[in-house]
Design a protein around this ligand. Structure first.
Ligand SMILES: Cc1cc2nc3c(=O)[nH]c(=O)nc-3n(C[C@H](O)[C@H](O)[C@H](O)COP(=O)(O)OP(=O)(O)OC[C@H]3O[C@@H](n4cnc5c(N)ncnc54)[C@H](O)[C@@H]3O)c2cc1C
Ligand SMILES: *[C@@H]1O[C@H](CO)[C@@H](O)[C@H](O)[C@H]1NC(C)=O
Ligand SMILES: *[C@@H]1O[C@H](CO)[C@@H](O)[C@H](O)[C@H]1NC(C)=O
Length: 535
């Protein structure tokens, strides 16, 4: 009999988990507390309890060719970076194509997930749900936890002495929806993540003055990279990932500084990261530097104290007449329906094997999907997580012993601190390609470069030097997709389609470089024969 799997949440992680269950012949049921799919990506005017909340203008920071699921490229005419409504449209087409909606019970909240008394032999869970006041309990063979981690706002008020005196308005970035109502105000945005930068830029178009306060600074990168291609297609290649593994840290640091400062000097714009040894994620924002350049945004250091109307910063400077403070200070992890012991977060460490499996259970029948912050797009990441989890549930893949898993967790924790630093905001940070490869290796879907080079050199070159997109994990192994090769070779078409929207006169085939080559050749010939002419 097919194993029954409970999937908690119908955001991106939940949807892909459903598909993987179906692919593996498992029998999924998805519980979603709201009345629709999409999770974070479904914008709403009002903030809902228990669900992530975004502002109206959110645009992806990862490009469409890097963000799509591995056997379902985004429509050719979709732009390369998507407005949240467009990305939601992709998830809707995806859910329809693979007929996933029929597995989802909407307006059903998971209240608790508990081990059954016979767990050590059955591995089964009791899941209690609530729908319109009705509680129901059901038994499942496995559970996929996909509830997202942008729900519980984190505002470290204790770091802002005087906040109780402050007479203006203050709120978490989660409450921010649009710039209306902020005309002519003096606004302080605290924090320097993607949301902080987006909100500061948007508000600065209407406000009298925007300040952005940061302790650590950050690198800022543009969505537009070499020759106008999306940044992540240039950034995430196997070749570069290999260089990262072999080059000494000091060389890497130098290369990174060079690369980041090519656009503008982060030092001159007061944005330079304090600890440049860390590989911390950069912010993706095209407008922030230009708004700083025209004075609409001023970068300040950490807040030391607030008074009724002003902010005093650690460098001693004071900004008067602050009307609004936006805390873009991130989120706290929370799993209200799990017992504390199931998913432990303590001492700045998430005790999960490869960010997915609690190591202490007799049976590996519970997995967290999407509890991670990769340096690249999350969508292919959660897909590989779900592919692995479902194969573990089926018994096709096995996990190592508890001891080995604990050692791996601690080792990974040390490496993460070394690479990304101690900050609480970095607790889920991982590398991109190396983590994907690790998961793919578990299920046997990692592309084998050497044999690929012998069999299909053209493809091998693309896989190694080209962008490391999700299609690469459908070339071999279980879940192989015959369209993967073509998807890799035709991605440029899908990038250019929404860009080349004006018919150009076919340019004349007369090429200057060709002419120069001919002239050069002629010069050599003339020089050669001239010897005979003159002497
Ligand atoms: C502003 C912003 C922009 C981002 N941009 C990008 C980007 O461009 N590229 C990228 O790769 N990543 C981006 N991310 C990362 C983001 O985490 C992922 O894109 C992704 O949407 C997370 O999906 P999820 O399914 O894990 O969680 P969510 O989208 O939060 O979905 C969780 C779902 O679970 C449901 N749920 C929660 N609790 C329960 C319960 N107890 N019972 C039943 N249902 C429940 C919720 O209602 C929700 O539908 C962004 C994040 C933010 C905050
Ligand atoms: C994109 O933005 C979100 C929200 O701030 C962030 O969590 C994620 O890590 C960013 N991704 C990249 C690759 O920068
Ligand atoms: C230029 O060359 C291409 C093939 O190389 C041809 O298809 C096209 O018609 C040529 N254009 C002109 C203007 O001659």
């Amino acid at each position: 009999m097919a194993k029954k799997v409970a999937v908690i949440g119908a955001g991106v992680s939940g949807l892909i988990s459903l598909k993987c269950c179906v692919d593996e012949g498992l029998e999924p049921t998805c519980f979603e507390r709201t009345k629709d799919i999409g999770g974070l990506w479904r914008f709403q005017e009002n903030v809902e309890d228990g669900r992530a909340s975004i502002y109206q203008s959110v645009i992806t920071n990862t490009s469409k060719e890097m963000s799509c699921f591995s056997d379902f490229p985004m429509p050719e005419d979709f732009p390369n970076f998507l407005h949240n409504s467009k990305l939601l449209e992709y998830f809707r087409i995806f859910a329809k194509k693979f007929d996933l909606l029929k597995y989802i019970q909407f307006q059903t909240t998971v209240l608790s997930v508990k081990k059954r008394p016979d767990f050590s032999s059955s591995g089964q869970w009791e899941v209690v749900t609530e729908n319109k006041g009705q509680e129901q309990s059901s038994v499942f063979d496995a559970v996929m936890v996909c509830n997202g981690h942008h729900i519980l706002p984190h505002i470290p008020l204790e770091e802002f002495p005087g906040i109780e005196r402050f007479k203006g308005q203050y709120f978490h970035s989660r409450q921010y929806k649009c710039p209306e109502g902020f005309e002519g105000k003096h606004i302080l945005v605290v924090g320097i993540g993607n949301s902080a930068a987006d909100i500061a830029v948007e508000l600065s178009k209407k406000a009298a003055q925007v300040f952005i306060s940061t302790r650590g600074g950050s690198w800022i990168i543009s969505r537009i990279s070499k020759d106008g291609y999306p940044w992540d297609m240039i950034f995430h290649t196997r070749y570069k990932s290999m260089l990262q593994d072999v080059l000494p840290r000091i060389v890497l640091k130098w290369m990174r500084n060079q690369q980041m400062d090519r656009w503008f000097s982060h030092e001159n714009y007061a944005l330079e990261p304090q600890n440049k040894n860390l590989m911390k994620e950069s912010i993706v924002n095209d407008e922030l530097p230009s708004h700083i350049l025209r004075g609409a945004i001023k970068v300040k250091s950490k807040v030391r104290e607030l008074t009724e109307t002003s902010a005093i910063f650690e460098d001693g400077t004071v900004e008067e007449d602050i009307d609004v403070i936006v805390f873009a200070t991130g989120y706290t992890l929370s799993f209200p329906f799990l017992e504390d012991s199931l998913v432990k977060v303590e001492n700045n460490m998430v005790s999960l094997f490869k960010y997915m499996f609690p190591p202490h259970h007799e049976k590996p029948t519970l997995a967290c999907i999407g509890l991670i912050q990769p340096l690249g797009p999350i969508f292919p990441t959660v897909e590989l997580q779900a592919r692995w989890a479902t194969r573990v549930f089926k018994g096709l893949c096995t996990l190592p012993s508890e001891k080995t898993m604990m050692e791996d967790i601690i080792e990974r924790h040390k490496k993460r601190i070394d690479l990304f630093g101690e900050s609480q905001s970095q607790i889920l940070q991982t590398n991109y390609i190396s983590y994907l490869d690790e998961l793919a290796l578990e299920i046997g879907a990692k592309p084998e470069l050497l044999s690929l080079l012998l069999k299909d050199p053209k493809l091998a070159v693309k896989v190694y030097f080209g962008p490391c997109n999700s299609y690469q994990y459908r070339l071999v192994g279980p879940g192989q997709w015959e369209g993967a090769r073509r998807a890799i070779l035709t991605q440029k078409q899908r990038i250019l389609k929404p860009l080349k929207t004006r018919a150009l006169e076919p340019s004349s085939n007369f090429s200057v470089s060709f002419l120069l080559k001919i002239l050069g050749l002629l010069a050599v010939v003339v020089a050669f024969f001239s010897r005979f002419l003159w002497f």
